[in-house]
Write a protein that binds this ligand. Structure first.
Ligand SMILES: *Cc1c(COP(=O)(O)O)cnc(C)c1O
Length: 396
C-alpha cells in the first residue's frame, strides 16, 4: 500500500487565518499596506522586544534592505556564515559587494568565533575591515552571540542577525533576532510560521526602520508627483498576507513547543544508537527546533548519511542533507573562506554527515514513528553487515 508522503516542514494553519483574510477583503485593504501590515509589525516587534519592525515580501528582501541601509556597496566585503541557505549571502552580491565565508563550530553548528577572529585579524592587517557581519541561527539554534558580538564591537562592525529559521528561539533569555543592528525573519511556507511568503526586518533603531519602509516602497519622496532621489525596491508585504501572519503569530509558542517535542521524541528513539549525534542546544539557549538534524559517524554505523536519506526517500519521507556550505557552492567559488581551525572544517563535515528530518509541527505521532522505524531499519542493516565482517575477520 502506498503510504502518505511525510513532508520536511509543511505549513500549519491555526484556523484563524481566514478570519483575518476576510477582514482584509471586507474592508478592501488589498494592497501592500493596510491595518494588518501595521498590526503585524507591531505584534512582531512586541513579541521579540524590538523597538520597531518593517514587514516585507521575503526574508531575502529584509537582508537586502539591511545591507542597503548599512551602505554596503561595490568594493566592500561582508563576512557571512558559510553553513546556511543561499539567501543569507545573495543580497551581498545584489549590492555588488564581496562575501567572505566563516566556518561553523561544533557546539551550535553556527559561526565559529575562532574563525571569525581570524578573518577579522586578516582583514585588519590588510586595512579593509568588512562593512557588515551576517550571522545565521541554523535550524533555530542561536549562534554564540556573546563571543561574536564582542568581536564585532571590538572592530566596530555592525552585525545582521539572519534569524529566518529561529523566530521564537532565545539566547540567554533574549529573543532571537534582536542581537544585531538588524534582525531578519522569514515567513516562507516552510518556516516555523508562514504568510505563504514574507519577511520582517527588525531593529531598535526606529529611524532605520522608517528608512527601510521608504526603500521598500520604491523610495518615494514626500511629493504628490512621484519624485525619487534614491533607488528603492518593491518589497512591502501585502495586507492579506500580513493577516495570515497575525493568525500564525498567535500560535507561535505552540508551534515551538510542538517542534521541541518532536525533536525530543527523535532523540528518545534514536539518540542512544551508536554513531548518531543530534544537533546540540547551547546552555542557556532555547532553540525553536525548526528542523531536527543529526550527524552520522559512519565508522560506527557502517551506513552513510546518503543511505539514510535514500531509504527515507524510498519510504516517501522528505528528508534533506544539512545545507551545503556556501564556500562550496559554484557561485561562490572565488570567495574567501575561514575554517574553524587549520585542520577542522566543521561546516563541510556537517554537510557530509548531516541529515535533517521531517519536523513539521503538524506531524502526527504515527508519522514520526514511520520516520524513526525507517532509520532504525537502515542502521540495523549497517550493524548486521559490520558484525558479519567482524565474524569474517575472526574466522580468517
Ligand atoms: C528561509 C531563509 C532565508 C530567506 O527567507 P525567504 O523568506 O525565503 O526569502 C534566509 N536565510 C535563511 C537562513 C533561511 O532559512
Amino acid at each position: 500500500m502506498e503510504s502518505c508522503r511525510i513532508l520536511l516542514s509543511p505549513p500549519h494553519l491555526s484556523g484563524n487565518e481566514q478570519r483575518y483574510i476576510d477582514e482584509a477583503f471586507k474592508t478592501n485593504w488589498i494592497a501592500p499596506l493596510g491595518p494588518h501590515v501595521d498590526a503585524f509589525e507591531k505584534e512582531i516587534a512586541c513579541y521579540v522586544g524590538a523597538s520597531d519592525a518593517a514587514a516585507v515580501s521575503s526574508g531575502t528582501a529584509a537582508i537586502h534592505l539591511a545591507l542597503s541601509l548599512l551602505d554596503v556597496k561595490k568594493g566592500d566585503t561582508v563576512f557571512c556564515s558559510s553553513l546556511t541557505f543561499v539567501a543569507s549571502a545573495n543580497p551581498i552580491i545584489y549590492q555588488g559587494a564581496e562575501p567572505v565565508f566563516i566556518d561553523s563550530e561544533p557546539d551550535t553548528w553556527n559561526m565559529s568565533p575562532k574563525a571569525l577572529e581570524k578573518a577579522f585579524k586578516a582583514a585588519s592587517a590588510e586595512g579593509i575591515l568588512p562593512k557588515v557581519v551576517i550571522v545565521v541561527n541554523l535550524y533555530g539554534q542561536s549562534a554564540k552571540m556573546d563571543e561574536i558580538l564582542s568581536l564585532c564591537n571590538h572592530y566596530k562592525v555592525p552585525m545582521i542577525e539572519d534569524a529566518a529559521e529561529s523566530l521564537g528561539s532565545s539566547y540567554k533569555g533574549k529573543q532571537s533576532g534582536t542581537f544585531g543592528k538588524f534582525g531578519v525573519f522569514s515567513f516562507n511556507g516552510n518556516k516555523i510560521i508562514t504568510t505563504s511568503g514574507g519577511g520582517m526586518l527588525i531593529s531598535n533603531d526606529i529611524e532605520e526602520i522608517r528608512k527601510a519602509r521608504f526603500l521598500a516602497t520604491q523610495a518615494r519622496d514626500p511629493a504628490p508627483h512621484y519624485q525619487h532621489s534614491k533607488i528603492g525596491f518593491n518589497y512591502r508585504l501585502s495586507n492579506i498576507l500580513a493577516g495570515i501572519g497575525r493568525a500564525q503569530l498567535e500560535v507561535l509558542e505552540e508551534r515551538v513547543r510542538a517542534r521541541r517535542i518532536i525533536f525530543n521524541r527523535y532523540v528518545q528513539e534514536l539518540g542512544h544508537l551508536p554513531g548518531i549525534n543530534f544537533m546540540p542546544e547551547l546552555e542557556n539557549t532555547r532553540s525553536n527546533r525548526w528542523l531536527t538534524a543529526f550527524t552520522i559517524n559512519e565508522n560506527e554505523t557502517e551506513v552513510t548519511a546518503g543511505e539514510v536519506l535514500k531509504n527515507l526517500m524510498n519510504d516517501n519521507i522528505e528528508a534533506r542533507p544539512v545545507w551545503k556550505p556556501l564556500h562550496m557552492q559554484p557561485i561562490f567559488e572565488k570567495a574567501r573562506y575561514y575554517p574553524h581551525s587549520e585542520n577542522e572544517n566543521i561546516s563541510e563535515k556537517l554537510f557530509n554527515h548531516g541529515v535533517c528530518l521531517p519536523s513539521g509541527s503538524c506531524m502526527t505521532y504515527e508519522e514520526q514513528l514511520r520516520v524513526v522505524n525507517c532509520i532504525k531499519k537502515t542502521l540495523t542493516k549497517g550493524l548486521k553487515e559490520r558484525d558479519e565482517s567482524r565474524l569474517k575477520k575472526i574466522l580468517t
